[in-house]
Design a protein around this ligand. Structure first.
Ligand code: ADP
Ligand code: MG
Length: 627
């Protein structure tokens, strides 16, 4: 049974929509282990085409390739990746070393693809470089080497995972005769160690050093001549399952790629950082200004209450209070009373009916003279004060005594504690505040119970004022006491935040597009390298992951820059506005920084998906053709 058998291999290329070119018409040939085969043929005869098929880079052919009783066509994509990783090693005329990593790294990368232990990688790379007499240059970079030296490194790389088959496509094509001889000598030794080595050449001299010469012409095997045999060791080899490249190594590769074009990477990261920092700062400033409004402009919690009246004039039912307390943003309620057109007042020879007498609870309107009432006192509006003083200054009313009474009931005598500025629609009429006890006494005097028809609704924070007020109105209550200018300020802050966040979002979109473009360009620049990675066993997924990690790193760097920059801006702005007594850029919301960082990474990765998928989908044969 042959080690490697090709039966009726046919391959055609589409030249145009209608035209195809039959390159391989019918290739049937068998190879044994330990053979050093020269594949001869004119330029364009299909040698590279055949090598790429054998190397597992091109699956678009008909016919069968049977390796140790296994049909290549039956392999899954994963098995094909393994095949390229472990069972074939490829060598190209143009070396195809990866230029930004050292000679040793170039050899190790093939082992990395298989998830070989780092220590074994280093040992084995050095051993293989010794075999090809390149150990002295392990730390050099490919462009510091001559062509012959590069090709020897490429041979070491092809041997890295100890494959059964070495496929060399014109390995000496670009070399001077001395270098070519050395390369052929090494390949001969490799064949003697029991591997199948197939060397594409059109040099007769190279062909002569091989144990067998197979010629292709017109798409078939035209000649198959066995020369003096090599004394190959026959060896059987376990078909080892190849491992996969570790995430750590994928990340290391991605990082190296970014480092290679570090200026560009940094610029893109900064572009991303600008958008992210803008969003972080907008959110922090909005939070800062909101807390400024809440803490400084709204002194105490007196502005954080709304007052409602029961339209029926009777006490609020428990169920009504419960429903109100359940509203979003309501922290507490307390009952109070308002009596309309029930209570009469008398002072010397004047008198009348109070339009409203309200129980003095919580915040009262600001005083123009005196202050809020305590026991036995009354707090009157300017309209009533004017009546009492008859042309004198309103403050003269403070300290005067007035009688309140209801119907035929007994009156109560109260001292004016202060005069308030009435902002309500009742300001033209006599209105007053007194302690609840006074009102209860008045009602008792006519045998009635004071109805608790007024409710003071405490709101959690200023942001809720408008919403709670609207909810209460929806429930059918008349709302007073709302500090509408504050609610307006907060609404404007919210609006401003939304507008600015939209601007930030646009700049983020621009950054994401930049990352997309940069990665896309990078895929194009590195097309050949991607081909190499695929040829040495990298799976589509590996390639995709490399680019996704590059995107993630760009995002993480951008996010980190954004966090540092916005913290810096925050400190500077806060130091400059320290006199306001509140941090205008809030530090409080660490979450904004976390979100910024995360957003940066997620956005970059999203922007990287398309370029990464494009890179993964590149045809390895086409990629390797790139100059
Ligand atoms: P060789 O390596 O023997 O010089 P190749 O295998 O590279 O020849 O190419 C064989 C023929 O197939 C050539 O005529 C070439 O133009 C054609 N060919 C190779 N690759 C493609 C391709 N991707 N699309 C169309 N034609 C191709
Ligand atoms: Mg060729």
């Amino acid at each position: 049974m042959a080690f490697l058998q090709l039966a009726n291999i046919k391959k055609e290329y589409n030249i145009s929509r209608t035209e195809t070119q039959q390159v391989l018409r019918n290739i049937s040939v068998e190879f044994k282990q330990g053979e050093l085969v020269a594949l001869l043929g004119e330029s364009g005869s299909g040698k590279s085409t055949l090598i790429n098929i054998l190397g597992g880079l091109d699956n678009n052919y008909t016919g069968s390739i049977i390796l140790n009783d296994e049909f290549l066509k039956d392999f899954s994509e994963k098995q094909m990746d393994d095949y390229r990783k472990k069972r074939v090693g490829m060598i190209f005329q143009s070396y195809n070393l990866i230029s930004n990593i050292t000679v040793a790294e170039n050899v190790k990368i093939a082992m990395k693809m298989c998830g070989v232990d780092e220590k074994i990688q280093t040992e084995r790379a050095l051993k293989l470089l010794k075999v090809v007499k390149m150990d002295h240059a392990a730390a050099k970079f490919p462009n510091q080497l001559s062509g012959g030296q590069k090709q020897r490194v490429a041979i070491a790389r092809a041997l890295a995972n100890n494959p059964d088959i070495i496929l060399a496509d014109e390995p000496t094509g670009a070399l001077d005769s001395r270098s070519a001889e050395l390369v052929m000598l090494i390949l001969k030794k490799i064949a003697e160690s029991g591997k199948l080595v197939i060397v594409v050449t059109h040099s007769q001299k190279v062909a002569e050093s091989c144990s067998r010469v197979v010629s292709i012409a017109d798409g078939i095997i035209a000649q198959d001549v066995k020369a003096a045999g090599l004394n190959a060791k026959s060896r059987t080899r376990r078909a080892a399952r190849a491992g996969s490249i570790s995430t750590k190594n994928i990340m290391a590769l991605a990082w190296k790629n970014l480092w290679r074009s570090r200026q560009r990477s940094l610029l893109v990261s900064i572009a991303m950082a600008i958008g992210i920092a803008a969003v972080i700062l907008i959110l922090s400033v909005s939070a800062g200004i909101t807390s400024y409004v809440n803490e400084v402009l709204i002194s105490g919690d007196e502005s954080l209450r709304l007052e409602i009246e029961n339209p029926d004039g009777v006490s609020f039912a428990d169920s009504e209070i419960e429903a109100i307390e359940k509203l979003d943003g309501v922290s507490d309620t307390s009952d109070a009373a308002i009596s309309k057109n029930n209570v009469n007042y008398a002072f010397k020879n004047i008198g009348g009916t109070l339009l409203t007498l309200t129980s003095a609870e919580g915040a009262l309107p600001a005083a123009v003279a005196g202050g809020r009432p305590s026991e036995g006192q009354i707090y009157i509006n300017e309209a009533l004060a004017a009546e009492l003083c008859d042309g004198e200054d309103a403050s003269a009313a403070v300290g005067r005594q007035i009688e309140l009474s209801m119907g035929k009931g007994e009156g109560v005598s109260l001292v004016v504690s202060g005069v308030y500025e009435d902002g309500s629609s009742y300001s033209a009429f006599a209105c007053a505040y007194a302690e609840r006890g006074v009102m209860e006494e008045l009602y008792a005097s006519v045998g009635r119970k004071l109805p608790l028809n007024r409710l003071i609704v405490e709101v959690e924070s200023a942001q809720y004022l408008t919403a709670v007020s609207e909810d209460l109105q929806t429930l059918g209550y008349t709302v007073s006491g709302e500090n509408s200018s504050l609610a307006d300020i907060l609404t404007y802050i919210d609006l401003g935040t939304i507008v600015l966040t939209a601007v930030g979002a646009i700049s983020l979109a621009v950054s994401a597009i930049m990352i997309f473009i940069v990665l896309y360009i990078s895929v194009i620049e590195r097309t050949k390298e991607i081909g190499v990675m695929r040829a040495i066993g990298g799976s589509k997924g590996d390639i995709r992951r490399i680019f996704l990690f590059e995107a993630a790193f760009l995002g993480a760097i951008g996010g980190a820059i954004a966090v540092v920059a916005s913290l810096l801006v925050a400190v500077i702005v806060n130091v400059c506005t320290a006199s306001l007594g509140v941090n205008i850029v809030s530090y409080y919301y660490g979450i904004y920084y976390m979100v910024g960082l995360l957003l940066s990474v997620v956005l970059s990765v999203c922007a990287g998906v398309a370029p990464a998928s494009y890179a993964a989908s590149l045809d390895p044969v086409e990629s390797l053709r790139r100059e």
